[in-house]
Design a protein around this ligand. Sequence first.
Ligand SMILES: NC(=O)c1ccc[n+]([C@@H]2O[C@H](COP(=O)([O-])OP(=O)(O)OC[C@H]3O[C@@H](n4cnc5c(N)ncnc54)[C@H](OP(=O)(O)O)[C@@H]3O)[C@@H](O)[C@H]2O)c1
Length: 309
Amino acid sequence: MQYIEYGKNSTKLSTVILGMMRISKMTPSEVEELIETALECGINAFDLADCYGDGLCEEIVGKVLSSSPDLREKIWIQSKCGIRRDDGLKYFDFSREHITGAIDGILMRLKTDHIDSLLLHRPDTLMEPEEINEAIEEAVKAGKIIDFGVSNMNPMMIDLIKRDVKEKVTANQIQLSAAFCPSIDAGLHVNMGTDSGIVRDSSILEYCRLNNIVIQAWSVLQYGFFEGVFIGSDKFPELNKVLNRIASEQGVSPAAVAIAWILRYPSPIQAVIGTTKIHRVKELARAADIRIDRRQWYEIYQAGGKILP
Ligand SMILES: NC(=O)c1ccc[n+]([C@@H]2O[C@H](COP(=O)([O-])OP(=O)(O)OC[C@H]3O[C@@H](n4cnc5c(N)ncnc54)[C@H](OP(=O)(O)O)[C@@H]3O)[C@@H](O)[C@H]2O)c1
């Protein structure tokens, strides 16, 4: 495993994070086994959100933590807030009142007194950055959150938040995979813009790098917006051919190579994996043990459907 230094305490965090969006149908003991496996593989960072399973995913992790109290200090927990569903309507809410209530809800479900990182989940176009500052300052002062960050945001949104929020924006979690990388354009500048959730701004990686913001990539094995896994998919014959070849050269799985492709970006970056299977956690953790070279990086990029000018 490889590690980065994260946040105000320079916490040593694994470059592979285990995402827990898909655990709602698992039992607490199955989730505990998944977490223990991750820890054995060197993965010490875990990603949640208050909306995953409508709170159920956090509740399950809370049950695990209360039945195994020693576990809390071994794991770094991140959660996210800002997505609401009221009477069937989905919307985004960065108001002070909502953020403050959401943090308390997260702590209650997780049965913990603090989370290590809180991200604002998807950009609320109606955000008032002063209100975000008040909510975050209060939560940090109370020891409820350690670090603050954002998710699915383009550079201007982050600058707007930075204008008023005193806490550092430590991370930006964005959708990124070898088959879906609108934020990387290798010189064509065709992908500017954002649509309230999918960052297509072709300067976001460099912006994060320049501002020492950790990039966290989500859905690292998916194409489109949750359309499916590209590993082994006949929709991506060229990509699979290249991944399979490099995988056999490196002695890891094709999925691990696809994740190593993300981790190759030369600034602090983490890949959030979403598997619920123990054997896959072990297989994917190996992504951090290999390094693909520049030629392989561009080969995968083009095999994923991108063109170079
Ligand atoms: N910030 C955001 O807006 C945002 C959005 C979405 C997700 N996330 C975070 O990112 C995490 C990962 O997202 P994701 O679950 O979409 O990521 P992913 O790792 O790309 O996809 C995982 C899914 O692919 C399946 N899968 C099928 N074949 C696989 C293989 N060979 N290797 C690995 N998985 C395979 C897994 O099934 P099995 O479980 O059967 O292995 C699982 O259902 C989430 O848990 C969440 O924490 C954040």
